[in-house]
Design a protein around this ligand. Structure first.
Ligand code: AMP
Length: 210
């Protein structure tokens, strides 16, 4: 049995068509089913749909053979214990700084609210800017509005969430897409099955592009 851990939400929705092309379709709808392990139309493959930040952990410990997670989450978690063989090119967005539309450009010391503490620390250090990073778990957009931070570091897609809160995107930190990650031991112990599925992912992506 091969287990694929998929990040809930946007990434799961965009991964579904890709998996369907590989003959992997969940039998139950995760929106309505309370099952945490979803059997699929392929007897040898099951899905677990979990919080994005938990995907690298499940794959690292071998609780899942494969994972589908955003590059943002992988960088923040540290992915040296995982293979990251394929950029799936789904759930594409940008990791950016954002601030109130009337706020002056950053100068001197800055307070930054984000859930990406490691990435933000590295980014501001690389610019030589002294940053105090405040860890939040959600609703980052609120922080500049109530004086908790001067700016935020968050994912931006359409920019609608920022605009709705009188914020604007400022600096691009990096382009983000979802990646396929693989447990290192599974790569060796379940080699034939893992290699076959990897090839199938690659072929499906090539077909998608042609
Ligand atoms: P948007 O309003 O389209 O710019 O989307 C921004 C909101 O959606 C923010 O709360 C982001 O954290 C979240 N978001 C945007 N793109 C992604 C993505 N690819 N994966 C996960 N969350 C995302």
């Amino acid at each position: 049995m091969i287990t694929i851990a998929v990040s809930k939400g946007r990434i799961y929705e965009e991964a579904l068509p890709l998996l369907a092309k590989m003959g992997i379709e969940p039998i139950d709808n995760p929106e309505t089913s309370r099952k945490l392990i979803l059997p699929t139309t392929r007897e040898d493959v099951q899905l677990i749909i979990i919080r994005a930040t938990d995907v690298p952990t499940f794959v690292e410990y071998g609780a899942a053979d494969f994972g589908i997670a955003g590059k943002d989450v992988l960088l923040e978690h540290g992915s040296e214990n995982l293979y990251e063989p394929i950029d799936l090119n789904i759930a594409c967005c940008k990791l950016m700084t954002a601030a109130h539309k009337d706020a002056p450009p950053i100068s001197g010391r800055v307070r930054v609210a984000t859930k990406y503490v490691t990435i933000a620390q590295q980014y501001f250090a690389s610019l030589g800017i002294q940053a105090e990073i405040i860890k939040l778990y959600g609703s980052m957009e609120l922080a500049p509005l109530v004086g908790l931070a001067d700016c935020i570091v968050d994912l931006v897609d359409t920019g609608n969430t920022l605009r709705a809160n009188q914020l604007e995107p400022r600096e691009l930190i990096m382009h983000i897409s979802s990646r396929l990650v693989v447990n290192k031991a599974a790569m060796k112990m379940k080699n034939a099955a893992v290699a076959a599925l990897l090839t199938q992912f690659e072929q499906t992506l090539i077909e998608n592009h042609s």
